[in-house]
Write a protein that binds this ligand. Structure first.
Ligand code: ADP
Ligand code: MG
Ligand code: ZN
Length: 637
């Protein structure tokens, strides 16, 4: 009997259709649960333990159940598929105790037929298994958290490795401004460039004018100029004036880790632009992609070359009259690939240079519009003090002054803040003055040396101020008011400059002796050498004659095929060196002579400087005059 039941249990296959149906959801849950196998195990153990521990009089072991079934004592079995439980109702039992709980095996196809054979009533139900649902929810939550964590890690490492993971997606990296809001009025000081670009506005606004007479509208313009001179601003102003959208991208955005990404960005950009025509594309720092191909140390860069090729293709590909104009900016036109510069691409080149005095005044006016500036402030004076400043420097200068004003709790920016801001922009942050010491004395003599030699050398710029307040790297500073636009500089002026620059070292040597000279003059000497060398090799201002002996310096890494080669013989090189030395020595002698002749004056003014820390130019000249006249030694100016 037992054997038979055994056999029945294992081999019989007939299945109750209801059972199969109800089994389905269970399998589903099972497969879901398996997803987080590790967790599932832990869960089951936890949940199953209390059930095993229960020894309830109302429950029946499986063996007892089978036995009762075979003996025909069972009247009804309710199978609960989800819990693997059966509620068994026995015959000949008082009503209250009739139901027994039986824990049954999970896969047990023979059981159903066994129950029916025994004549008991079979019911199958699927209870909602709370604990199972809860455990599945917990598992899902854990899976979700794991996934979220994984995504975060991937994101982070993607950022770190330069968007390595966004490979192939070519997300649009350009910006589009429907309205730049910049007008030509906001750009000052680069009048020629503005005039040339005025035309582009007409190209964009009224292309018919040109196409009617058969003219082809240029596709590209190249803005060439040092950083901060307003190239980006100018491009925005063109778009603003023409009222067209402004697409901008930096050349470096094209350059990616993977070959082909840059090229697809170029394609994207031009496609978007054509959809929005008329419009203006601005490619900043085009030298990042537009370098000469197949050059440079370490050979070419495939990615960059592909990008550049794509750019060239795109520029050829669109009709000149499609209303898209490309403006590119660079401060390195010399490294650009020639193919970029041929007609039909960036054939027009506009120089955007540092502003001159009038330009600086204009820029200062533009940027002082939105600031509270004291009526006494003279923009002319600032413009005069700031040769060599770019538009961005000037904008920054006014902003620094405004910040200082706010910090000093003043109503409006005064000349004081502006001068402080200039000092800061030019020479760096102000440091704390040295305490009285030998070092301070030496620095004072050094600076006064510069100032007095400059003052007593004809043709030299005026001293603006001498100060012992350190700034940036410098321990003391002598400022000069640059002469009005130094377009052309005379030989005497350069010599005067060399002499005054050597004045600091000359004072150190004359006053403290040969052994006490310091390293403080190293920067001075650098400048002196460069000035003297240029006199010889560039300006034809020496005995070597009217030769230009040095081309433009081009470092090797720029990737020009022709390596820079000295264009003169060894003999000439030696003569250049000796000429440079002669000039510097002569100037040094002159400086020392001035120091020697004015020792009395220098000593007096140095004492004043140590006490005051700063002497303004006007005061300095008065002091020189006063002490020279009272000097026991007759002064020859
Ligand atoms: P670039 O692109 O040549 O490096 P930008 O156009 O970005 O320089 O200039 C930076 C900022 O400097 C501008 O936003 C503007 O505030 C100021 N600036 C530069 N040049 C001028 C100028 N010619 N006129 C007015 N502001 C200028
Ligand atoms: Mg720029
Ligand atoms: Zn010096």
């Amino acid at each position: 009997m037992k054997r038979q039941s055994q056999k029945n249990l294992c081999t019989s296959t007939p299945q109750n259709p209801t059972l199969t149906k109800s089994a389905k959801p269970k399998n589903k849950l099972g497969s879901l649960g398996r997803l987080a196998a590790g967790w599932m195990i832990l869960q089951t153990v936890l949940l199953a333990t209390p059930v095993l521990a229960q020894k309830d009089p109302s429950s029946l072991s499986y063996g007892e159940f089978l036995q009762k079934l075979e003996q025909g004592e069972v009247s009804k079995v309710e199978l609960d598929e989800t819990n693997n439980r059966a509620t068994v109702t026995l015959k000949q039992q008082p009503e209250a105790k009739a139901s027994k709980n039986v824990l049954i095996f999970e896969r047990n196809p023979g059981l159903a037929s066994k129950i029916t054979k025994s004549g008991a009533e079979l019911q199958v139900k699927t209870s909602i298994d709370r604990s199972a649902t809860a455990s599945i929810l917990i598992n899902l939550l854990v899976i979700f958290m794991l996934l979220a964590g994984l995504i975060m890690i991937i994101r982070r490492s993607a950022n770190a490795s330069g968007q390595a993971f966004s490979f192939g997606k070519s997300r649009a990296r350009f910006q589009m401004e429907a309205k730049t809001g910049v007008k030509f009025d906001d750009v000052a000081g680069i009048e020629e460039a503005k005039e040339e670009l005025q035309e582009v506005v007409t190209f964009l606004k009224e292309p018919e004018k040109f196409t009617a007479v058969g003219a082809k509208i240029p596709r590209g313009m190249l803005l060439i100029g040092p950083p901060g001179t307003g190239k980006t601003l100018l491009a925005k102003a063109i778009a603003g004036e023409a009222g067209v959208p402004f697409f901008s991208i930096s050349g470096s955005e094209f350059v990616e880790m993977f070959v082909g990404v840059g090229a697809s960005r170029v394609r994207d950009l031009f496609r978007k632009a054509k959809e929005n025509a008329p419009c203006l594309i601005f490619i900043d720092e085009i030298d990042a992609v537009g370098r000469q191909r197949g050059a440079g140390i370490g050979g070419g860069n495939d990615e960059r070359e592909q990008t550049l090729n794509q750019l060239l293709t795109e520029m050829d590909g669109f009709e000149g009259n499609s209303g898209v104009i490309v403006i590119a900016a660079t401060n390195r036109p010399d490294v650009l690939d020639v193919a970029l510069l041929r007609p039909g691409r960036f054939d027009r080149q506009v120089m955007v240079d540092y502003p001159d005095y009038r330009g600086r005044l204009g820029i200062l006016e533009v940027h002082s519009r939105d600031k509270k500036i004291d009526l006494e402030v003279s923009l002319e004076a600032i413009a005069r003090r700031t040769p060599g400043f770019s538009g961005a420097d000037l904008a920054n200068l006014l902003n620094e002054a405004a910040i200082l004003t706010a910090r000093r709790r003043k109503e409006a920016v005064t000349m004081l803040e502006i001068n402080d801001a200039v000092d800061r922009v030019v020479a760096g942050m102000e440091g704390t003055p040295l305490i009285d010491s030998k070092a301070k004395r030496l620095i004072a003599y050094h600076e006064i040396g510069h100032a007095i030699v400059a003052t007593l050398t004809p043709g030299h710029d005026l001293v603006e101020k001498v100060t012992l307040i350190p700034r940036g790297q410098a321990k003391g500073l002598t400022w000069f008011t640059p002469d009005e636009e130094q377009g052309l500089v005379a030989r005497n002026q350069i010599l005067a400059k060399i002499t005054s620059t050597l004045g600091g070292r000359a004072a150190e040597e004359m006053i403290f002796g040969d052994g006490e000279v310091t390293t403080g003059a190293s920067n001075d000497l650098e400048q002196v050498t460069s000035m003297a060398r240029q006199m010889v090799t560039k300006f034809g201002m020496s005995d070597l004659g009217l030769l230009s002996l040095e081309g433009q310096e081009q470092p090797v890494f720029l990737g020009n095929d022709s390596m820079q080669r000295a264009e003169y013989s060894e003999a000439i090189a030696a003569r250049i060196d000796s000429q440079v030395r002669t000039i510097v020595l002569q100037c040094y002698e002159n400086a020392k002579k001035i120091i020697q002749d004015n020792r009395y004056t220098i000593d007096r003014i140095t004492d004043i400087l140590i006490e005051q820390e700063t002497i303004e130019g006007e005061e300095f000249r008065k002091l020189v005059k006063k002490f020279s006249e009272s000097s026991p030694k007759k002064l020859v100016v």
